[in-house]
Design a protein around this ligand. Sequence first.
Ligand code: MN
Length: 498
Amino acid sequence: MINLETYQVWFVTGSQHLYGNEVLRQVADHAQQIARALNDSPQIPVKVVFKPVVTTPEAIYDVCLEANRAPDCIGLITWMHTFSPAKMWINGLAALQKPFLHLHTQFNRDIPWATIDMDFMNLNQSAHGDREFGFVASRMRANRKVVVGHWQADETQQEIGVWTRAACARLDWQGAKFARFGDNMRQVAVTEGDKVAAQIQFGYAVNGYGVHDLVESVNHVTNADVDRLVAEYEATYRIAESLRAGGKYRESLRDAARIELGLRHFLEEGPFKGFTDTFEDLPGLKQLPGIAVQRLMAEGYGFGAEGDWKTAALLRAINVMGAGLPGGASFMEDYTYHMDPQGEKVLGAHMLEVSPSIANGKPSAEIYPLSIGGKADPVRLLFDTRTGPALNASMIDLGNRFRLIVNEVEVVPPDEPLPKLPVARALWLPKPNFKTALAAWIYAGGAHHTAFSQAIASAHLHDFAEMSNMEFLLIDDHTELTEFRKELRWNEAYYRNA
Ligand code: MN
C-alpha cells in the first residue's frame, strides 16, 4: 500500500539582507507559521518541512542541490514574503531537478487599515516580491505551478494538496521498474511506444521478461500458501458455487491463487511497481491472470493488458496520486455503447482485469470461459462500479512527444441488470456529452485502454502532466469541439518548436 506521509515538500522563503536582522527574524517566524499550517492541513498529504530563509545566491543554490539529493523530497514550495532580488535564484533554479510550486500568498490576510505604516508595507510585500521571482522563473522558462491565495484558505491548501500528490507520483516514477510478461498484442498500434524516450523523460524503466520467469515463480508457491489465500478469498468475496470446496472448479480457484502468489512474489523481488501481460503469450500458465491482476491493482500496482506499459505506468501514478483519498482506480477499456438518444452511455470493462477498488459492494468471485487465448477458464471478480464523478486518462506516444488525454465522466447505474456479462464493468456518461467527448477523444488519438479513477480529479493529472513535460488535453464540461480541434493544431506547432 502507498503511504504519502513518508514524502516531504520543502517550504523555502526568499528574502535579502537589506532589511536587517529584526525583519529577517519576523520573516522566518511567519514562514514557520505558514509551513506548520500547511503541514497540519488535512488537504496536504505530505510533510511540509520549513527550511531556513534564504538571502544569498549560495544559500539558494545549496537548498536546491540538497532537494535534488533528498530521496523523500518531492519538490519545493517557494514564497517571497519580502523582496528577494531574483538574479539570486538563477543558479539554484537552473540546478533544481525537482518540481516547484510558487505560492503567491501574504502573511497578513487583511490590510490593517487603521494601523498600516511603512514597517508593515516593508514586511508584507509579496505582492511585488513574488512578481520579481515570477519574472525570473518565466525568463528561465522554468516549469512550475503558481498558486494564488491566502495560506489559511481551504482552496489554497487544496490546490497545494493536489500539486503535492502529483509531485509524489512524479518522484515515485523516478527509478521505478515495470515488468512486461511477453510483448505487445500482435499488430496493436496504440499500446506501442518509445520506452527509451519514456525512461529519459519520466524516469521509469520498462523491461521484458519471459513468461517462463513468471511460471518459475508460480511453481515455487507452496500448497499451504495457496490454502491461506483461498481462505482470504472466501472471507473477502462472495464465491460462486462451482468454486467452493467440493465444487466442480475448485482447482481453478486454487490455480488462480497460485498465480497471484507467484506474480506477487515476482513483483516484490523486482521490486516492480507495475506490469503488463498478454493473452497471446501464456505458456506454462494454466489461466490468464484475472483475480490476481485485479487484487494487485487494488493494492497500488500499475497494470496494462496486452503489453500496454504506458497505461501500466499511468495507473501506478494515479494510484500514488489518489492514495488515502476515497475511491479507487483501475485499468479500463471503452468496450461498447448504449446509443439510445435518451441517454447515450459508454460501457467500460475488460476481459478480466478491473480493480475491485472501484467496486460498489462486495465483489463476487466467478469462473467463465474466455473466448480468446485458448487457456483454462479464468477466475475473476465481478461487480458494478460505484456511481459518481470519475475520469479516464490515456497516454499515447505521438513520435515526438507523449500526450495525456483526460475525459471527465459521470458513472451511472446500469439501466437494467446484466446477468450474462461475466466481467466487472462501469457505465458512464462522458462530459460534456457523448458526441463531443468521443469525437474529441478520437481526434486526439486517445487509446481504447485507459486508467480510470474515482479518487483523483483532472487537476491532479494536469499538474502531473505539467511537471512531467507532457502534453495535456482535457475533455470536460467546457470542451467545445471546434476549439478543441484548434488546440490540437496549435499544440502540433508548439511541440514542433519546443
Ligand atoms: Mn484490451
